[in-house]
Design a protein around this ligand. Structure first.
Ligand SMILES: [Zn+2]
Length: 257
């Protein structure tokens, strides 16, 4: 584990601070999973199928990041895939953009990350996807027993987030994304939800993958320590790669799940 942290640090020393942090979680309702289940068979009993499909989705996402350059040209990126004992596999990506593509202003953040409910009259499909995959909890005063709640009665992911009319750089790990007040909150899992509960997403990727896919701008180098915490949580299996456009270096890999 120590070595992976060092790999991440070496990458940053060589290519600079990461610009984007992305987390994708497997969706057990993906048709590629559902159509291969036997009648009465349950997803949790087919980890082989789940990991195969998830792996394919991660490959597709890598293509979007590295070849299609959806965020701009990439200097390097690294990712981990985690298979927890309970819960669904998920992947974390750290992406470093090339000079000239760096995200330097709140306007450039807004082009990549969105943290508000879309207008259902303008984009009904996206609205449905956000309410299905990108609502945190809720926790806190709406639901004090949610799993993210810590002893002090605070959400470990710091939800609900501050409502704000525009994106600003913020003081912590991530910027403050635009989360305007909405007139009529929507009902999700029995609670009234406004923009303070939206997990930041990229509309294109959310539509393409139809799963929980959190995209954040890294405004601070501390993100590396944050990733390190993820890596060291003690998961069953982990794959960790470091890539760049020229050499496609793989520092560490577990090819077979
Ligand atoms: Zn929470």
């Amino acid at each position: 584990m120590r070595r992976r942290y060092m790999d991440a640090i070496a990458l940053v020393q060589h290519f600079g601070k990461p610009d984007i942090f992305l987390t994708m979680t497997c969706n057990p309702c993906w048709p590629e999973i559902q159509e291969h289940l036997q009648p009465m068979e349950e997803v949790q009993n087919r980890p082989d199928l789940v990991s195969r499909v998830f792996r394919a989705k991660v490959e597709e996402l890598k293509t979007n990041i590295q070849k299609t350059n959806i965020f701009g040209k990439i200097a390097a990126f690294m990712y981990t895939i985690e298979f927890q004992k309970r819960g669904l596999p998920h992947a974390h990506f750290l992406i470093i953009l090339m000079d000239g593509y760096k995200l330097l202003t709140p306007q450039s953040y807004d082009k990549i990350v969105c943290a508000e409910l879309p207008d259902p009259h303008i984009d009904h499909h996206l609205h449905k996807l956000v309410t299905k995959h990108m609502i945190h909890g809720p926790c806190g005063y709406l639901n004090p027993s949610n799993s993210c709640m810590q002893k002090e009665g605070k959400c470990k992911f710091k939800y609900p987030k501050q409502l704000t009319e525009q994106t600003t750089k913020g003081k912590n790990l991530y910027p403050l994304y635009k989360r305007p007040k909405i007139i009529t909150p929507i009902k999700v899992r029995g609670h009234n939800i406004d923009n303070s509960w939206i997990v930041p997403y990229n509309p294109f990727l959310l539509k393409k993958f139809g799963c929980h896919i959190n995209v954040e701008i890294c405004s601070d180098i501390k993100v590396i320590k944050y990733i390190y915490k993820y890596i060291c949580k003690g998961h069953d299996k982990i794959a960790f790669f470091v890539h760049n456009n020229d050499t496609n270096v793989e520092i560490d890999e577990i090819k077979e799940y």
